[in-house]
Design a protein around this ligand. Structure first.
Ligand SMILES: Cc1cc2nc3c(=O)[nH]c(=O)nc-3n(C[C@H](O)[C@H](O)[C@H](O)COP(=O)(O)O)c2cc1C
Length: 171
């Protein structure tokens, strides 16, 4: 066995990559690509999402305690790279990536048109985990495009998965 000095977390990939939307107190929204997330409880429905402290997204989530997980479709890979390489501090990534949004039921953070799944989440608490904040949040509303999610399973080849680095595969 090889001893891995770095990148231990890559052993836990691939992970579903999603577009994480957030909004500040002033109503300004942002979107970033994100892969570090996990279900945390089924009853009540909860998730944990890990965001680097330096990201604009972390600042906005700390302000309003909510976010939306938007699961992109297969044709949105370019959008994933745009939203995962620029900061909303400097650019309007919705404009830059050509994204249209709509309002959800439970959050002010926007939902992105064309995605195949949505989880609207309200943060209960966060912990500092090294360079990240781990946000534990209640899933207040969950919606899925039934064309891609059949009998409670994603159908083959519909969801982007981050292997690490610049590699995305589809499951
Ligand atoms: C495929 C992919 C997955 C990513 N996953 C995460 C993640 O899980 N957590 C994180 O903090 N950043 C992640 N990033 C990096 C952020 O998306 C990136 O740094 C982004 O520019 C931050 O934007 P913001 O400053 O507007 O919040 C990922 C990037 C890509 C391309």
């Amino acid at each position: 066995m090889k001893r891995l000095e770095h990148n231990f977390y890559r052993l836990l990939h691939p992970k579903v990559v999603f577009l994480l939307t957030s909004v500040g107190k002033d109503g300004r929204a942002n979107v970033m690509s994100c892969a570090w997330a996990t279900p945390a409880s089924e009853e009540p429905p909860m998730v944990i999402v890990c965001v680097a402290k330096e990201h604009y997204t972390a600042e906005l989530i700390l302000e309003t305690s909510e976010f939306v997980i938007n699961i992109p479709n297969k044709n949105m890979e370019k959008i994933i790279w745009i939203c995962g390489s620029k900061s909303g501090r400097n650019v309007d990534k919705f404009k830059e990536a050509g994204l249209r949004t709509f309002k959800g039921k439970n959050t002010e953070a926007p939902l992105i048109e064309g995605c195949i799944g949505y989880l609207e989440c309200k943060v209960e608490k966060f912990i500092e985990t090294g360079e990240c904040y781990a946000f534990l949040a209640h899933v207040k509303n969950c919606m899925v495009d039934e064309r891609y999610f059949v009998r409670n399973l994603w159908i083959n080849d519909s969801v982007p998965m981050h292997l690490g680095g610049n590699k995305i595969v589809y499951f």
